[in-house]
Design a protein around this ligand. Structure first.
Ligand code: AMP
Length: 286
């Protein structure tokens, strides 16, 4: 695996691959890799000729009071993992490489960015879209892989790709969970054992929503209230939002019709966690 720290370097390598007609798959991450990330990497390895993974903790998607400085980092460990999987290129640029002094260009998906997580994290999706477009321009992938874990992010990126006529195709893969249901996240490392236990309430509330839906409930307010009641029984949990929305435009639904996205953000003490499910009459989905 080639580890590239510079834009010119990764471009040069990929140029040769593209000239020989190889397809490029791309998995953007912030590192501290877990099985959720690796499911995307495996899909890229299966589907494309060359796989590029990026690791970049992107400062522009963190608010001033968020965890940019504490965010877990371990490049050496990540390199080992990716090498073993057979990844072709790791792009791990510095902040200065991506945002040199005087940097001033940003991308916004003006409506979708203000819903759900956008309300409590103003500027977050502007940072996400900006870095993803920059990375797409550098790598020019045929395919890019995102996790359903960050459902709003995946929907916004797809919208950006459509609106800006990008040629990269987006594939969204299911949420990978621990055995007890907790969605894998690099931020789970912030949780102590008691908080880790309390964090199960996110998935439990989503399962409750799915059960109510399967039993015939179609009133979104009723389902949301049942979720809220359940979460409030957990003393360490504080709700940021619980929402049932249309997949495409993230508009709140009153009467549920498939496919509806149930999404939530909950603080467990000071750690903000997100999770979601797509309501379905078929088998449980993540
Ligand atoms: P991050 O490093 O948190 O920015 O995540 C990089 C990519 O991995 C994003 O597309 C995430 O949606 C995806 N991802 C993170 N956690 C999971 C998970 N538990 N299951 C599936 N994909 C995930």
């Amino acid at each position: 695996m080639k580890v590239c720290r510079k834009i010119d370097e990764i471009r040069q390598h990929l140029q040769a691959d593209k000239t020989s007609g190889r397809t490029i798959g791309f998995v953007p991450t912030m590192g501290y890799l877990h099985e959720g990330h690796l499911s995307l990497v495996r899909e890229s390895l299966n589907l494309t000729d060359r796989t590029v993974v990026s690791i970049f903790v992107n400062p522009t998607q963190f608010g001033p009071r968020e965890d940019y400085h504490q965010y877990p980092r371990n490049l050496e460990r990540d390199i080992n993992i990716l090498q073993k999987l057979g990844v072709d290129y790791l792009f791990a640029p510095s902040v200065e490489e991506m945002y040199p002094p005087g940097y001033q260009t940003y991308v916004e998906v003006t409506e979708l960015q203000n819903k759900l997580c956008g309300r409590s994290r103003p500027g977050h999706f502007r940072g996400v879209c900006t870095i993803v477009l920059k990375l797409f321009n550098i790598i020019q992938p045929d395919w890019a892989f995102f996790g359903q874990k960050d459902a709003q992010q995946a929907i916004i990126i797809q919208k950006m790709v459509t609106d800006l006529h990008l040629t990269t195709r987006i594939k969204v893969l299911p949420i990978v969970r621990d055995k007890d249901g907790l969605a894998l996240s690099s931020r789970n490392t912030y949780l102590n054992p008691q908080e880790r236990q309390a964090a199960l309430v996110l998935y439990k509330s989503l399962q409750l929503a799915q059960q109510l839906f399967a039993a015939g409930e179609r009133n979104a307010t009723v389902i949301k209230q049942a979720m809220i009641d359940l979460i409030q029984q957990e003393p360490l949990a504080k709700i940021d939002y619980v929402a049932i929305v249309e997949m495409e435009n993230l508009e709140e639904l009153k009467e549920i019709k498939e496919p509806a996205l149930v999404a939530l953000a909950v603080f467990i003490n000071r750690v903000r966690l997100i999770d979601n499910i797509i309501l379905s009459l078929k088998e449980k989905k993540s």
